[in-house]
Design a protein around this ligand. Structure first.
Ligand code: NAD
Length: 432
C-alpha cells in the first residue's frame, strides 16, 4: 500500500520505517527541515535500537522516502497517519495545535479520498474537531474517513514493539467496517490481536493503559518508602508478589518516579479531560502527586546525607534520559532533580551514554563529563538516576576513589546494597 506519515518523530519514524519493511511504499513528512535533511542523508535524528539499520535498509530499497512537502508527500497515498506531538499545555490539557494544524494543511492539499489514521494520543472530542477542520477547507467532492489507532510502543524498544505489538486498537465510526478492514489488511503481517471498537473507546484504551502503568509506579514507590521505614526490601517484596499472575512485575520497579514524553502528559490530560466532563479524578491526581513527591524525596535523602547543606556541594549525576535505551530527555526526572539541586546551590557534574546533547539544550551550568568516572571526580556525592546497563559494569572501587566522599544515592536500584556497603559506600537505594 502507499502510506504517508505526518510527523517523523519517535512514533512517526518507527512506524514509517516499520511499514516500509513490511513492503509498503512510505513517505515520512515533517515540518522540521533539519530532521528531513538528515534523514535524506541517511542519518537517524535520534537514538533508538535497530532504527538506523531499518531506515537505511528501506531507503536503499526505495520503499521509504522523506520530505517537507505535504502536498508531494500525500499525493499518491491511500492512508495518511498523523503522528505529531500532543504535549501538555501549562494547565495540563493536551495541546492539540500540531494535530489541528496538520488537519488544516491536509484539507488544502488532499486531491482525493484518503483514510486518515490518528496515531497521536488525543483526548475525547478531538476527532470531531479534526473532522470539522478537514471539512471546512477541503475541495468539493473530496472525501475522507478518520480512524483512531493509538500507539503503544516503548522508547528504547520501539522497533521491537512495532514488529511485535501486544494488540492493535482500531477505533472507527459506526458503519465504517470497510475502513477498519483496510487497516487490518495493512497491519495483518504483524500477527497481533485486533481490537475493533469505537473511536472514543480507542482513545480511552490508550489513556487508561498509560495511566495504569503510571499508577503501578506511584504505588510501588509508596510501598518502597514504607519498606525503608520498616526495614524491608522492595526488590524482595516485588519478587514475592510477581509469582501471582494477577500482579506480575511490570512497572513495579521502585525508583525516582515516572518521567518521559507520555505518562505524565497523558495523566494530566486525562485529569483535565475528566474536569471538562465535570468529574474530579481524585485517584489520578494522587498518582501525579505521588510522582512529584518521589522526586522531592530523592533530593531529601541526599540532603540528609550531606548534613542538610547543598550549597557549594558538587554532585555527580549518572543518567539524564528518562529511561535507558533512548536519548530522550523530555520530562526526565533526572533533569528535574538536577534543577532542584542547583536551586539549593549545588554544582553538577553529569554523564549519560546517549542523552548529553539533548540535556545540554535544557540544562545550564552543568559540567558535562566524558564518562562516569569523570562525573565522580571531586564530587561530594553520586546520584544514579537512569538504569543504563553501562553503569552496572562500572569499576566500583575506581568510582569510589574518584569521589570526594563515598555517598551514593541509587535512584534506580541498580546496585546490590550489601556489596556497595561492603565496598565502603554510604549507599541508599529506593525501598531497601
Ligand atoms: P515527537 O515530538 O518525537 O514527533 C513529532 C513530530 O511531528 C516532530 O518531528 C515535529 O517536527 C512533527 N510535526 C509537528 N507539527 C507538524 C506538522 N504540522 N507537519 C508535519 N510534522 C509536524 O513526538 P512522538 O514522541 O513521536 O509522539 C507523537 C505522538 O505519539 C504523541 O501524541 C505521543 O503522545 C504519542 N506516543 C508517543 C510515544 C513515545 O514513546 N514517544 C508512544 C506512544 C504514543
Amino acid at each position: 500500500m502507499k502510506i504517508s506519515i505526518v510527523g517523523t518523530g519517535y512514533v512517526g519514524l518507527v512506524t514509517g520505517a516499520g511499514l516500509a519493511d513490511l513492503g509498503n511504499k512510505v513517505v515520512c513528512l515533517d515540518i522540521d527541515r533539519e530532521k528531513i535533511a538528515k534523514l535524506n542523508q541517511g542519518i537517524t535524528p535520534f537514538y533508538e535500537k535497530g532504527l538506523e539499520e531499518l531506515v537505511k535498509r528501506n531507503s536503499k530499497a526505495h520503499r521509504l522516502f522523506f520530505t517537507n512537502s505535504l502536498e508531494e508527500g500525500i499525493r499518491d497515498s491511500e492512508i495518511i497517519f498523523i503522528a505529531v506531538g500532543t504535549p501538555s499545555r501549562k494547565d495540563g490539557e493536551a495541546d492539540l495545535s500540531q494535530v489541528i494544524q496538520v488537519a488544516e494543511d491536509l484539507s488544502k492539499v488532499m486531491q482525493g479520498y484518503r483514510i486518515i489514521v490518528v496515531k497521536s494520543t488525543v483526548p475525547v472530542g478531538t476527532f470531531e474537531l479534526i473532522r470539522k477542520v478537514l471539512s471546512k477547507n477541503k475541495k468539493e467532492g473530496i472525501d475522507f474517513d478518520i480512524v483512531s489507532n493509538p500507539e503503544f510502543l516503548r522508547e528504547g524498544d520501539a522497533v521491537y514493539d512495532f514488529f511485535h505489538p501486544t494488540r492493535i486498537i482500531i477505533g472507527v465510526e459506526k458503519g465504517k467496517e470497510k475502513v477498519a478492514l483496510i487497516l487490518k489488511e495493512l497491519l495483518r503481517p504483524l500477527n497481533s490481536p485486533f481490537i475493533q471498537t469505537s473511536i472514543i473507546n480507542a482513545q480511552m484504551i490508550k489513556y487508561t493503559s498509560n495511566v495504569f502503568l503510571a499508577s503501578r509506579i506511584s504505588f510501588i514507590n509508596e510501598i518502597a518508602n514504607i519498606c525503608e521505614k520498616v526495614g524491608a526490601d522492595i526488590v524482595e517484596v516485588v519478587k514475592g508478589m510477581s509469582f501471582d499472575k494477577r500482579l506480575g512485575d511490570g512497572y513495579l520497579r521502585a525508583g525516582i518516579g515516572f518521567g518521559g514524553p507520555c505518562l505524565i502528559k497523558d495523566l494530566k490530560a486525562l485529569i483535565k479531560m475528566s474536569e471538562e466532563y465535570s468529574y474530579q479524578a481524585q485517584h489520578l491526581k494522587s498518582i501525579l502527586e505521588k510522582n512529584e513527591h518521589q522526586v522531592k524525596y530523592t533530593v531529601l535523602k541526599l540532603r540528609k546525607l550531606l548534613g542538610e547543606v547543598l550549597y557549594g556541594k558538587v554532585i555527580g549525576v549518572l543518567g539524564l534520559t528518562f529511561k535507558p535505551g533512548t536519548n530522550d530527555v523530555r520530562n526526565s526526572l533526572s533533569l528535574k532533580i538536577i534543577e532542584d539541586l542547583q536551586k539549593g546551590g549545588a554544582k553538577i557534574r553529569a554523564y549519560d551514554p546517549q542523552g548529553m546533547k539533548e540535556a545540554k539544550n535544557v540544562l545550564s551550568n552543568v559540567c558535562f563529563c566524558q564518562d562516569a568516572y569523570e562525573a565522580c571526580k571531586g564530587s561530594d556525592a553520586l546520584l544514579v538516576l537512569t538504569a543504563w546497563d553501562e553503569f552496572k559494569h562500572l569499576e566500583l572501587n575506581r568510582l569510589k576513589k574518584e569521589l570526594n566522599s563515598p555517598i551514593l544515592i541509587d535512584g534506580v536500584n541498580l546496585f546490590d546494597p550489601g556489596q556497595m556497603r561492603s565496598l565502603g559506600f554510604i549507599y541508599r537505594g529506593v525501598g531497601r
